[in-house]
Design a protein around this ligand. Structure first.
Ligand code: SAM
Ligand code: CA
Length: 245
C-alpha cells in the first residue's frame, strides 16, 4: 500500500518489469480507451488480438505506441523506411499504413514464422506490397547495405526494436543509412523502468540481462553529436534521434 493525494492505493507492480511506465494503470487504460482504441484501424485491432494469443505477446508494440508511430511517420512524410525486429508485425503495419502507396519498408527479423502470423492481416489491409521482409540477423544485412554507397543517407525513418545487446552496433551502421534530417527510433530505452532502478531491485531475468546494454546505449546517444535526441515515455520508452550531420 502507498499513499497518494491523501488516498491509500494498492501498488500493483512492485517488481521492475511492468509494461506501463505511467504511475497508475487506470491512467494508461484511460489513454487506450479514450484516444487509442476508438481510432485504431480495424487491421491493427485484428493483428493486436491475434498477437495477444501468442506466447511471446509481451514483445509486441503497444497500441498507443502504434498510434504514435503512425502519426510520426505521416508528420515527417516518411517514404523509405526500415524496421529491425518485426515479431508479428504490429509496428510494421502501423508503418505500412502511414507511408504512401509507393513507400517502402525494409523489414528484418531472424524469425519468419511470427511475421507470417500477421502477414494475412497485412495483406488484407492492402499494404503488403510496401514490405520487403528479410529473414536473418540484422547486422550482416546492414553491412551488406553499407557496401553499396547508393544506400547511404537514403532512409527517412528506421525503427529499431530487436536484440537490445546489439543496439550500439546497429547505431554505428544505421547512422550512415538514415538521411541527414531523417529519424531513427530506438525502442524500449526505458527498459521496463529498470534504467532508473537500483541494480539490486527485483527484476525479471531478461530485464536484468539487457539493462546494462540499454544504459550504455542511452549514454552513447546523449553524447552523439551527429544526432539530436528526444526520449519519450511512450510504451516502454522510445528515443528519437534526428541525424543532423
Ligand atoms: N516491432 C515488433 C512489434 O511491433 O511487434 C516487436 C519486435 S520484438 C520486441 C523483437 C524481435 O527482434 C523478435 O521478433 C526477434 O525475433 C527479433 N530479433 C532478435 N534478434 C534479432 C537479430 N539479431 N536480427 C533481427 N531480428 C532479431
Ligand atoms: Ca519494443
Amino acid at each position: 500500500m502507498a499513499e497518494k493525494n491523501g488516498e491509500v492505493q494498492e501498488i500493483k507492480h512492485q517488481e521492475v518489469g511492468h509494461k506501463s511506465l505511467l504511475q497508475s494503470d487506470a491512467l494508461y487504460q484511460y489513454i487506450l480507451e479514450t484516444s487509442v482504441y476508438p481510432r485504431e484501424p480495424e487491421s491493427m485491432k485484428e493483428l493486436r488480438e491475434v498477437t495477444a494469443k501468442h506466447p511471446w505477446n509481451l514483445m509486441t508494440t503497444s497500441a498507443d505506441e502504434g498510434q504514435f508511430l503512425n502519426m510520426l511517420l505521416k508528420l515527417i512524410n516518411a517514404k523509405n523506411t526500415m524496421e529491425i525486429g518485426v515479431y508479428t508485425g504490429y509496428s510494421l503495419l502501423a508503418t505500412a499504413l502511414a507511408i504512401p502507396e509507393d513507400g517502402k519498408i525494409l523489414a528484418m527479423d531472424i524469425n519468419r514464422e511470427n511475421y507470417e502470423i500477421g502477414l494475412p492481416i497485412i495483406e488484407k489491409a492492402g499494404v503488403s506490397h510496401k514490405i520487403d521482409f528479410r529473414e536473418g540477423p540484422a547486422l550482416p544485412l546492414l553491412d551488406q547495405l553499407l557496401e553499396d554507397k547508393n544506400n547511404h543517407g537514403t532512409y527517412d525513418f528506421i525503427f529499431v526494436d530487436a536484440d537490445k545487446d546489439n543496439y550500439i552496433n546497429y547505431h554505428k551502421r544505421i547512422i550512415e543509412l538514415v538521411k541527414v534530417g531523417g529519424l531513427i527510433g530506438y525502442d524500449n530505452t526505458l527498459w521496463n523502468g529498470s534504467v532508473a532502478a537500483p541494480a539490486d531491485a527485483p527484476m525479471r531475468k531478461y530485464v536484468r540481462y539487457y539493462r546494462d546494454f540499454v544504459l550504455e546505449l542511452n549514454k552513447a546517444l546523449a553524447e552523439d553529436q551527429r544526432v539530436e535526441i528526444c526520449m519519450l515515455p511512450i510504451g516502454d520508452g522510445i528515443t528519437l534521434c534526428r541525424r543532423i550531420i
